[in-house]
Ligand binder design. Structure first.
Ligand code: G6P
Length: 366
């Protein structure tokens, strides 16, 4: 059945390796970009909205942060992303023309459901959920939905739910862009082609596991780690830090690399591993100067580069290179080695990977 472990030691590992299948399934039946992917009323709703408000918790919140970059740069619509437990109690300024998007693996997270109700109580009726459970409260409560096809996720630390959420959110960015005339037929075809190729590309990233295991042996001896990313990959750095702290209990935090000098640089010593998400995007040169700032203080850099980033290993700079550069969809590839790093570090430390202490898979009470 769906919950069998097969050759894997933990559900988390199985679920990491299921991502090519999960992403492929999430895209099944998507032959073109169109609002109707999100429901019958999506065309009318997408036409009238002037902004997007994303509400979520945990890993789903980081999917939302990534979507902000996509929707603003591709569809040119302003996006706010809020942690559901904050939004539900905050005096915010309601905008009835906003599209309210909740993101949830379970569809039952109490704070996210309450945030949705809080938005609706303020006349924000255009609601859409990106959700992994079609029978959940969230899907029932929202006008529009996109069901991710990750399948049952057992590991408390979310993995395949995240990459399928990103897949669905990229489709949302493209649909919103199209309805506003920002997506040509050529662009649509190119994006669809890149998306359909994701399962193959994710498999190639999974093949880096042996190199990541070698790094995990080093990480298992540390008590702190810093994760850096910029732009689209800042949320990926956040997700990498969350994975590591959830299951290995190593204190980890993520910073947008440009913000290093405003605090975390004070923590950098040779005892501090600094994981850097470094695809060859427009900010790569800026990121390289940030890496130099870390090296100058003796910090050890663990860099996830890609085929096009010109970064080579040297003293204190360890590099694992993802086989392809993937443009806008690069976050979907770059989160995978961070999941594996957290998994193997936790394994080396002997923690209960699938059921980390004090955490629950689905937080259905406040
Ligand atoms: C818990 C889980 C996380 C998940 C978060 C939000 O904290 O441990 O993995 O990201 O809830 O859950 P949801 O089901 O709403 O995505």
């Amino acid at each position: 059945g769906a919950a069998e472990l097969g050759p894997y030691r933990h559900y988390m590992q199985k679920e990491i390796f299921e991502q090519p299948r999960a992403i492929g399934d999430t895209l099944e039946g998507v032959s073109a970009i169109m609002p109707e992917l999100f429901g019958d009323k999506a065309y009318t709703v997408f036409k009238q909205i002037d902004s997007v408000l994303i509400l979520a918790c945990g890993t789903s919140y980081y999917a939302g942060l990534t979507a902000k970059y996509w929707i603003e740069s591709i569809a040119h619509i302003p996006v706010n992303v809020e942690i559901a437990s904050e939004y539900r109690y905050r005096d915010s300024v309601p905008n009835p023309n906003a599209l309210v998007v909740t993101i949830s693996q379970s569809g039952e997270t109490a704070d996210t459901l309450a945030a949705l109700k809080h938005a609706r109580a303020q006349d924000m009726v255009n609601t859409l959920t990106i959700c992994n459970v079609s029978t959940s409260a969230m899907v029932r409560e929202c006008m529009l939905s996109y069901i991710t096809r990750a399948g049952v996720e057992v590991g408390v630390a979310s993995t395949k739910a995240f990459t399928t959420q990103l897949t669905a959110l990229f489709l949302l960015a493209l649909s919103l862009a199209q309805i506003r005339g920002h997506l040509s037929d050529e662009q649509e075809a190119a994006h669809l082609k890149a998306m359909r190729h994701l399962p193959v590309s994710v498999s190639a990233v999974l093949a880096l596991e042996p190199q990541i295991i070698a790094w995990a042996e080093e990480f298992a001896r540390k008590e702190n780690a810093l994760f850096l990313g910029r732009g689209l990959h800042y949320p990926i750095a956040l997700e990498g830090a969350l994975k590591l702290k959830e299951i290995s209990y190593i204190h980890a935090e993520a910073y947008p690399a440009g913000e290093l000098k405003h605090g975390p640089l004070a923590l950098v010593t040779k005892e501090m591993p600094v994981v850097t998400v470094a695809p060859n995007d427009t900010l790569i040169e800026k990121l390289k100067s940030n890496m130099q700032e870390v090296r100058a203080r003796g910090g050890e850099l663990y860099v996830f580069a890609d085929a096009d980033s010109r970064i080579t290993s040297s003293e204190g700079i360890h590099v694992i290179r993802l086989p392809e550069h993937y443009g806008a969809l690069s976050p979907i590839l770059h989160v995978v080695p961070l999941q594996l790093l957290a998994y193997h570090t936790a394994l080396a430390r002997g923690t209960d990977v699938d059921k980390p202490r004090n955490l629950a898979k689905s937080v259905t009470v406040e």
